[in-house]
Ligand binder design. Structure first.
Ligand code: GLU
Length: 480
């Protein structure tokens, strides 16, 4: 591997649903890898066994797959640095901790949990927080307590670290703690595990959430202690709700998969997430996937928090849906309905029929969820409606019935049953009947679709075909 190869990773802890904030960070890491022709690694950070949630790893993968964010190495596909699950790599962290102890950069701490909690209480009054370093320079205490391993932070001076997003960030060492890097159960903490893995997996850019910035001096000092070159760091900004508070369930969905359930299409979601904290040129909103993959750069990630605006996502989704070609939209709808069967439709419609319907509705869809109510009549033998709905403003039952009968005659006679011929015939007929075009179409719309609001009528009648359309008109007339 050339020394300059770009290798990034997404390293979720399987503690719950894939939060949109985490997936946005994954996206930045993926785009960095793709823009640099590098590799993107998926690594499961499950060293906090108490917080592990069943099924969380699968949900993370599902969210990434939905968005088309593919990984080159990971727990499922393997890779040269495996296993890509931290609980299966414990020996490596223990060895690394031993190395730091031997070189005098870390120490075993035998303080009991009672002592530590007393310390915390006392500190609660004094203001200084953190471990008092009692075991730092003492000979190990023999006893029954299984020790933790703590990293020795310098107690004076400063630690300056370069971050791609923030430039050089300087931390005062006397404010920093001697953090635990290996717990008494032999599991590493995040600080040790991610660092050992980033090194072993040759990660070139550690791209992670801003919440890790305060830990950066610790990590920088640990790299130094190991004698390893650190990766480049990029701490990406938080995502806030429009009220500028942290995005949480109270503002709506936070799980990436719930956006799939709400009918957003992956390309729109991907584009939207990419703009949460990054911009191409401060102007362009619609940036297709392939352009993102070419043009993303960490240098344009903003320091300030990004605001999650659902109305922008809605708009973007509408734009992407509108631009989809009919076969793609049909495929997207079928996939969506397979996952979330709509109440309005029994079973899954035929692909070629749906492909013909797609252009009629694509302009009207904000979300894939809007499609079922709009199109369900296409897939039903008979449509249900209230007969009174047939009667348009300015008409009565009698004139409505004759309009239906006349339409029947006109449509039956058409040599070609295409939307243009249908339109022409019905426009002429409206004049003959002394009706406004809107009145006649209103009657037929309800007769054929059962709805007052429906896709464009002439195309709808064409797609339904002569037999079904005429049967519907006949049935409507019989109800008056
Ligand atoms: N497991 C960490 C988390 O989920 C990953 C942070 C990182 O990317 O290094 O927050």
């Amino acid at each position: 591997m050339p020394a300059s190869a770009v290798r990034t990773r997404y390293a979720p802890s399987p503690t719950g649903e894939p939060h949109v904030g985490n997936i946005r960070t994954a996206l930045f890491a993926w785009l960095t890898a793709r823009a640099g022709n590098g590799a993107f690694v998926l690594r499961i950070e499950d060293t906090d066994q108490r917080r592990k949630v069943e099924g969380a790893v699968e949900m993370q993968m599902e969210a990434l797959r939905w968005l088309g964010v593919d990984w080159d190495e990971g727990p499922d596909v393997g890779g040269p640095y495996g296993p890509y699950v931290q609980s299966q790599r414990l020996d490596r962290y223990r060895e690394a901790a031993d190395r730091l102890i031997e070189s005098g950069h870390a120490y075993r701490c035998y303080c009991s949990t009672e002592r530590l909690s007393k310390l915390r209480k006392a500190q609660g009054q004094s203001g200084r927080a953190g471990y008092d370093r009692r075991c730092r320079d003492r000979a190990p205490e023999a006893g029954t307590i299984a020790p933790v391993v703590r990293f020795k932070m310098p107690v004076e001076g400063e630690t300056a670290v370069h971050d791609i997003v923030r430039g050089v960030v300087t931390f005062k060492n006397d404010l920093l703690d001697d953090h635990v890097i290996l717990k008494s159960d032999g599991f590493p903490t995040y600080h040790l595990a991610h660092l050992v893995d980033d090194r072993l997996m040759e990660i070139s850019h550690a791209i992670r959430a801003e919440e890790w910035l305060p830990s950066l001096p610790l990590h920088a000092r640990m790299y130094e202690a190991f004698g390893w070159d650190p990766p480049q760091f990029a701490h990406v900004p938080n995502i806030l709700a429009p009220d500028r508070s942290k995005l949480s369930k109270r503002h709506g969905a936070t799980s990436t998969l719930s956006y799939r359930e709400q009918g957003y299409v992956p390309d729109a979601m991907l584009n939207f997430l990419a703009l949460l904290g990054w911009s191409l040129d401060d102007r362009t909103d619609l940036i297709p996937r392939e352009d993102l993959k070419r043009q993303f750069s960490l240098g344009r990630v903003s320091r300030s928090p990004a605001v999650f605006q659902t109305d922008k996502l809605d708009w973007m989704n509408g734009q992407y849906v509108k631009a989809m070609d009919p076969a793609d939209l049909a495929r997207a709808l079928l996939q969506f309905w397979r996952l979330h069967p709509p109440g309005e439709i029994d079973g899954l419609p035929d692909t070629s029929l749906l492909t013909r319907i797609a252009p009629l509705i694509s302009e009207r869809l904000k979300s894939l969820r809007d499609a079922a109510p709009l199109t369900a009549f296409f897939f039903k033998e008979e449509v249900a409606y209230d007969a009174a709905d047939l009667v348009q403003k300015g008409m009565d039952a009698e004139s409505t019935k004759s309009a239906l009968e006349a339409s029947l005659a006109a449509l039956e006679l058409l040599p070609e049953f295409d939307s243009q011929s249908i339109e022409q015939a019905l426009r002429v007929l409206a004049v003959d009947l002394g009706l406004k075009v809107g009145q006649l179409l209103g009657v037929l719309r309800v007769a054929v679709t059962g709805q007052r609001i429906a896709p464009p009528l002439f195309e709808t009648i064409e797609i339904l075909g002569r037999d079904r359309s005429l049967a519907a008109v006949r049935a409507a007339s019989a109800r008056l």
